[in-house]
Design a protein around this ligand. Structure first.
Ligand SMILES: [Zn+2]
Length: 76
């Protein structure tokens, strides 16, 4: 039940630790050692959060063009 909440926190930690980078769900799932389906569901919800972006772009890790997530608010 709390798995998605945990993944959500870990995704946010990764994104905030690398504010200039964008990550696809595949790379995030590898970094967090979590199922990609869970990471994908989490990132879809993060899209609605202020300071976060989810859009088509180049992943900072695998360099593939796909849906990537990252932080946009660098002041906090
Ligand atoms: Zn990637």
């Amino acid at each position: 039940m709390t798995e998605h909440l945990t993944i959500r926190h870990r995704v946010l930690d990764v994104l905030r630790a690398h504010p200039a980078e964008r990550f696809c769900t595949t790379c995030l799932s590898h970094m967090l050692d979590s199922p990609e389906t869970s990471v994908q569901q989490v990132t879809m919800k993060l899209e609605a959060m202020p300071g976060l972006t989810r859009a088509y772009g180049s992943c900072s890790t695998c360099r593939k063009d796909r849906i990537v997530v990252g932080v946009t608010d660098r002041s906090h």
